[in-house]
Write a protein that binds this ligand. Structure first.
Ligand SMILES: NC(=O)c1ccc[n+]([C@@H]2O[C@H](COP(=O)([O-])OP(=O)(O)OC[C@H]3O[C@@H](n4cnc5c(N)ncnc54)[C@H](OP(=O)(O)O)[C@@H]3O)[C@@H](O)[C@H]2O)c1
Length: 267
């Protein structure tokens, strides 16, 4: 990959789901330092206090003082109402000066990782998991693309935060692996259909977040659980900042193949 890249992402409208904590929160912070004045960040999650504290923090940073606008949307992304609220806030925040639309589909849940496939007999339980982890990112992406259609002078980038689990089966992780694989394929189809879009499936690696703690403590399969415990004990987890820096490098260089799965360790 070439080292030549732009120093900023443009005058951006950036929508980030799951921005209240973990990787999404870090993406919001890093993004704020790479956008031109007049840019807007639309931050979505369910935890209102965490979103408000992030909004206050970003507004006090240099970017905030230079005119970055930050909108918090308290929304459950598993509900159509939550998706509509995010789209409405984004439409209200948009202006003709925006030259780069970025959607970061980051919100996700681990689901029940304590059980094997043969225990999932309840269709409502499976549907509920897939609703947040697959359906919501498809419908949000579709709504955003409809609200901000292709036009001269507007770049559009769609990021899906994916995982090794989209490619590799993990025992007792059927919900998460299924969701990540389905979601990634969805964005690959999108990349095929819309050649003007830039679509990136970014796999951030093992991150030191709440989700990773859940993996260490709740995984049903002994071998898989031990591998997560070992990674933690041996200091192999990545910080959100280190992984996010790689994502920002990819976005700034902008020479990945649209629809590709790119792993943090390959950047
Ligand atoms: N951690 C890892 O090791 C790892 C590895 C590979 C990939 N990933 C992926 O990286 C992304 C971020 O993971 P993370 O580790 O940062 O997870 P995390 O710490 O659990 O954070 C998840 C985020 O998603 C939001 N969220 C969850 N359910 C939501 C809902 N119904 N509506 C709206 N927002 C919701 C949460 O906010 P609220 O609770 O406030 O709603 C939170 O901001 C995910 O896509 C994950 O699959 C993580």
């Amino acid at each position: 990959m070439s080292s030549a890249h732009s120093a900023h992402l443009g005058r951006v409208l950036c929508i980030i789901t799951g921005a209240s904590k973990g990787f999404g929160r870090t993406v919001a912070k890093e993004m704020s330092g790479l956008v031109k004045p007049g840019s807007v960040l639309v931050l979505a999650a369910r935890s209102e206090d965490d979103l408000r504290s992030l909004q206050a923090e970003l507004t006090e940073l240099e970017a905030g003082r230079a005119g970055l606008r930050v909108e918090s949307v308290v929304a459950d992304m598993a509900q159509m109402e939550g998706i509509e609220n995010v789209v409405r806030s984004s439409e209200e925040a948009f202006s003709e000066h925006i030259d780069h639309l970025i959607l970061v589909n980051n919100a996700a849940s681990l689901g029940d990782v304590s059980r094997s496939v043969k225990t999932f007999t309840d269709m409502a339980e499976v549907d509920s998991y897939l609703s947040l982890n697959v359906s919501s990112s498809m419908c949000l992406t579709a709504r955003v693309l409809q609200s901000f259609p292709q036009r001269p002078g507007l770049r559009r980038t769609i990021v899906n935060v994916t995982s090794l689990c989209a490619l590799q089966p993990f025992r007792s992780w059927v919900l998460y692996c299924t969701g990540k694989a389905a979601r990634e394929m969805m964005f690959r189809v999108l990349a095929e259909e819309e050649p003007d879009l830039r679509v990136l499936n970014y796999s951030p690696g093992p991150l030191d977040t709440a989700m990773q703690m859940e993996a260490r403590t709740r995984t049903g399969d002994d071998g898989i659980r031990k591998s997560f415990v070992d990674m933690f004990d041996q200091g192999q987890l990545l910080t959100c900042e280190a992984s996010c820096a790689k994502l920002m490098k990819l976005l700034l260089e902008d020479n990945y193949t649209s629809g590709a799965h790119i792993d943090v360790y390959d950047v």
